[in-house]
Ligand binder design. Structure first.
Ligand code: PLP
Length: 469
């Protein structure tokens, strides 16, 4: 990596007059572009030969971390392996080159695929209809809440504006409710991490006919299965509210149990998490929303076409390649992997809620607090060992949250390797805390000042700024 190309911008590699292309001979003659349409100065583009460009971008791509390069236990995000057959299917030219404004008669295959995917999702969730329009999980939440709002309005129940959200909820839940113009009421968690039924009862008797919905995710953000859903659903339904299921965390439930059977009325699914599409960094997603029979006429228009079709293709390929019998293995394996890591580390990392978890769990930093080594330090040090850091400082229920989700695909050897490194870091925290506190040491860029980076982001390259001004 120690060469002229490494760590530079392509602009710095530019040499005046260098070219990486040659144009074919002009057989068409010339046409003068009107002067007022021409640039006054040449664009500040880098001038490089082909090999320099190839090396530059290949080296950059080698700095990238992904599920295909290493273990990525990012809690709540379900960074699971994306089988390559999905990519092959999504790349079929017959599907890839469709245009959303083609006549329906020419896209019957694509429509059939969406219909088959809808049937599969209905079977997996116990709901009756899905819309594929939303582009992401949070977009699905908004779509689902708008559906609920439309339903209440259609009944003249315009005062139903309160949405109950557990204090452990994913941040997008209250955010979506707010964007939808609804009011958030927070329900407390009990010390075991599940929803406090007494607090919910109090809210229901206080708010009654102002309740539009309750949003829940199950397993919840702590990776715990909420066992009181039927009671909770009854409380909310008796008030006239609807139950919303945040299905971004459907991974441990696949083929094992169904939100529709638990009493949920509306839900979204993150196809890009549970149904294996590469995600992160803002890549394409799909947050289809499912509803109970009778609610489908309240779906709002949230996008002009049918959502991200490539993600649907990957999801359908994934579902077909597992089939009914193997889809049932996803949840138990994800659960086994998470519990295996948890049990092997809980003597050195603080486990605030010590029960069997589902697909993920949360540590509250290192057990030995005397070293001064924080969750942030542990996360940075993990990078030195070639692992992506877990989700940190979320959920907000603990000060030093470290949220680990290994997913079902990882081998025993990978899990053992990760466990050994986590234990090594706990040991380093005692014997050489400075080493951990100043990590990472082996990455192309060392420790960044997170606050400065967020408050004063530098999004353009200085030279370009100077050139353009
Ligand atoms: C990821 C996630 C979301 C949001 O999904 P996006 O596709 O990132 O918008 C919502 N809820 C939970 C529980 C999640 O894990």
């Amino acid at each position: 990596m120690n060469n002229r190309l490494y760590g530079h911008l392509v602009f710095e590699l530019s040499v005046p007059g260098r070219k990486g292309y040659s144009l074919p001979k002009n057989h068409f003659g010339t046409y003068e572009i009107p002067q007022e349409l021409c640039r006054q100065e040449d664009a500040a583009l880098p001038e490089c030969d082909e090999l320099t460009v190839v090396r530059h971008y290949t080296n950059l791509s080698n700095n990238n971390f992904g599920v295909d390069t290493g273990f990525y236990p990012l809690g709540s995000c379900t960074m699971k392996y994306n089988p390559k057959i999905n990519e092959e299917m999504a790349a079929l030219p017959q599907f890839q080159n469709l245009h959303p404004q083609q006549p329906a008669s020419t896209v019957k295959g694509a429509l059939a695929l969406m219909s088959l995917l809808e049937q599969s999702l209905c079977e997996l969730t116990g709901l009756a209809h899905f819309t594929f329009k939303p582009y992401a999980g949070a977009h699905g939440e908004l779509t689902g809440l708008m559906t609920i709002d439309n339903y209440h309005r259609s009944r003249g129940d315009v005062q139903r504006k309160k949405v109950i959200v557990p204090d452990s909820a994913h941040g997008t839940n209250p955010a979506s409710a707010a964007v939808c113009g609804l009011e958030i009421v927070e329900v407390k968690s009990q010390s075991d991490g599940t929803v406090d039924l007494d607090d919910l009862q109090r809210i229901c008797s206080q708010c009654g006919d102002a309740i539009a919905a309750m949003m829940m995710t199950n397993p919840n953000t702590l990776g715990l299965f909420e066992t009181h859903i039927p009671e909770i659903a009854k409380l909310i339904h008796d008030c006239g509210g609807l139950m919303y299921y945040d299905g971004a965390n459907l991974n441990p439930m696949l083929g094992v149990c169904r939100p529709g059977d638990m009493g949920f009325d509306v839900m979204h699914i993150n196809l890009h998490k549970t149904f294996s599409t590469p995600h992160g960094g803002g890549g394409p997603g799909a947050g289809p929303v499912g509803v109970r029979e009778g609610l489908q006429q309240f779906f709002p228009e949230v996008s002009p076409y049918h959502g991200n079709f490539g993600v649907m293709m990957r999801a359908y390929a994934y579902i077909l390649s597992l089939g009914r019998e193997h889809v049932k293995e996803v949840g138990p394996l994800a659960t086994l992997n998470a519990n295996y890591i948890k049990e092997r580390l809980k003597d050195v990392y603080e486990l605030p809620i010590d029960t069997t978890c589902c697909h993920e769990f949360v540590f509250d930093g290192l057990k030995d607090k005397s070293t001064g080594v924080t969750t942030m330090d542990v996360a940075k040090r993990l990078l030195d060992y070639g692992y992506h850091a877990p989700t940190i400082y979320f959920p907000l229920l603990f000060h030093e949250s470290l949220m680990i989700e290994p997913t079902e695909n990882e081998s025993r050897e990978t899990l053992d390797g990760f466990i050994a490194v986590m234990r090594q870091i706990a040991e380093e925290a005692k014997t050489n805390p400075e080493l951990v506190k100043s990590a990472p040491h082996n990455t192309p860029i060392g420790r960044v000042d997170d606050v400065l980076a967020a408050k004063h982001p530098i999004t353009t390259y200085k030279q370009m700024v100077n050139d353009n001004n």
